[in-house]
Design a protein around this ligand. Structure first.
Ligand SMILES: *[C@@H]1O[C@H](CO)[C@@H](O)[C@H](O)[C@H]1NC(C)=O
Ligand SMILES: *[C@@H]1O[C@H](CO)[C@@H](O)[C@H](O)[C@H]1NC(C)=O
Ligand SMILES: *[C@@H]1O[C@H](CO)[C@@H](O)[C@H](O)[C@H]1NC(C)=O
Ligand SMILES: *[C@@H]1O[C@H](CO)[C@@H](O)[C@H](O)[C@H]1NC(C)=O
Length: 427
């Protein structure tokens, strides 16, 4: 009796299973979809689009099974071109209901209102920039009004090279821009910029306001751009438009490096504390960041990274909410990946010496020995570049002087604790 019951039960189950399998097979649904809810007939997919754009008929998919089983490697990757074409992002007014939000300064309220708007359309693009064999991509954060800085960089450390030496590929340079932050500058300067770009072909511009808090947008837009248009470049140098860079030393440094390394090197701050003094440019309210210190990060004035790491950073940053200080934000993305930025003495983005009158500030032998030095305006940059590339005789004495001054310097963390300020301020 019980045996008979079991047999009936088993056949019933089998029949039901068959029915499910048959329906799944016919409709080419996954079992999960089938169990959720049946599709209305009008939504039944007649033709499914494969990621690579080919059409597949679900009713006879077994005929090209091999085709289905082996998608091209590109199919699973991101977009092949900049895929943001409209700006349609409204303020997150939900925030106005939060008591902590009401107490914030206006610039932080503005930042938080639009923090969820992550990507904007491109106004000027150069997809061809990474064509051919590019070894080092130099990218420079700039703003529309600072054309004299771009000009000085093109004549000095940003000059493109067909070969980085030792059989390596080219060195190419790009400037990263948003739109003019002041209304009255917008139309006039935009035309000048378009003209400048026709002359040099080295401007990437996105449709967001070039403000201090939007520098983080510039960071993530560049990383996304790199992932699309420059996925195979071995190394990237990213910096400000008011620094001195020594490309010979950068290339020398990179000669011993592998593009697969987790290379991220610059002027690294460890355990830097968020600045809580309201009159400071880098002030951050506790409501925005409550921890006592930041993850290690490299000063945004100039740093080097491997291309493969930059692409992973793009995806890591996409998992985080935007933070108003761009270099700290990149430190947070590195933390997601578990990669520690490496400190190097040749990167001086937080200042050389506390003493403004230190002779190091004007010493060409010092600049010749460095990779990046902060804050030189166009005339100073051109003059220093000329000196560094003249017949210099540099003695060891200089290095001793430098070591001496370094000893007298408090550490950058001590500085920020003591004065509530970063010794280096971008303009
Ligand atoms: C923005 O997008 C929403 C939903 O996609 C749409 O309803 C709205 O009309 C759009 N606004 C503009 C200004 O395009
Ligand atoms: C605002 O709140 C509503 C309801 O809680 C939610 O659906 C919406 O996504 C929120 N808007 C934003 C921009 O977070
Ligand atoms: C950043 O740019 C967007 C788009 O132009 C703008 O709406 C937003 O106000 C800017 N954010 C800040 C904090 O300046
Ligand atoms: C640098 O020195 C070399 C040889 O010592 C000389 O031929 C050259 O003219 C010098 N260049 C400058 C700019 O003084």
């Amino acid at each position: 009796m019980s045996l008979w019951k079991k047999t009936v039960y088993r056949s019933l189950c089998l029949a039901l299973g068959l029915l499910v399998a048959l329906t799944v097979f016919q409709r080419s649904l996954t079992p999960r979809q089938f169990l959720q809810e049946p599709l209305p007939p009008t939504l039944e997919p007649q033709k499914a689009q494969k990621p690579n754009g080919q059409l597949v008929n679900p009713n006879n998919f077994w005929k090209n099974l091999q085709d289905v089983a082996a998608p091209t490697p590109m199919a699973s990757q991101g977009p092949q071109a900049w895929d943001v074409t409209t700006t349609n992002c409204s303020a997150n007014i939900n925030l106005t209901r939060q008591p902590w939000f009401k107490g914030l300064e206006p610039q932080f309220r503005q930042f938080l209102f639009y923090r969820h708007c992550r990507y904007f359309p491109m106004l000027l693009n150069h997809p061809e920039k990474c064509g051919g064999d590019v070894y080092l991509l130099v990218v420079v954060k700039s703003v529309i009004t600072q054309h004299d800085r771009r000009e000085a960089i093109r004549q000095t450390w940003g000059r493109e090279q067909e070969s980085a030496g030792r059989g390596r590929g080219a060195v190419r340079t790009l400037f990263l821009l948003g739109t003019a932050s002041k209304q009255e500058e917008r139309t006039h300067y935009q035309q000048l910029l378009a003209y400048e770009d026709r002359l040099y072909g080295d401007i990437l511009q996105w449709d967001f306001l070039d403000t201090f808090f939007n520098l983080t947008l510039k960071e993530i837009h560049f990383l996304k751009w790199l992932d699309i248009y420059c996925p195979h470049v071995p190394f990237i140098f990213k910096g400000d438009d008011d620094v001195f860079v020594n490309p010979t030393n950068l290339l020398e440094f990179l000669a011993d490096r592998q593009p697969q390394e987790n290379l991220f090197v610059g002027d690294v701050l460890q355990h830097a504390r968020p600045i809580r003094r309201k009159d400071n440019k880098y002030y951050i309210p506790g409501a925005l960041y409550s921890k006592a210190s930041y993850p290690p990060y490299a000063g945004g004035g100039g740093f080097l990274m491997a291309g493969s790491l930059a692409r992973r950073l793009h995806h890591a940053c996409d998992t985080l909410e935007l933070y108003p200080i761009d270099d700290v934000f990149l430190g947070m993305c590195l933390e997601v990946l578990g990669v520690r930025p490496m400190a190097h003495e040749g990167f001086k983005t937080f200042g050389i010496s506390r003493n403004r009158n230190s002779r190091m500030n004007k010493e060409p032998c010092f600049f010749r020995a460095m990779l990046v030095v902060h804050k030189l305006l166009p005339p100073e940059l051109l003059a220093m570049w000329g000196l560094v590339h003249s017949n210099l005789t540099c003695s060891r004495k200089l290095q001793e002087t430098e070591a001496q001054e370094q000893l007298e310097l408090p550490s950058p963390e001590a500085l920020s604790e003591e004065q509530g300020a970063r010794p280096w301020q971008p303009s």
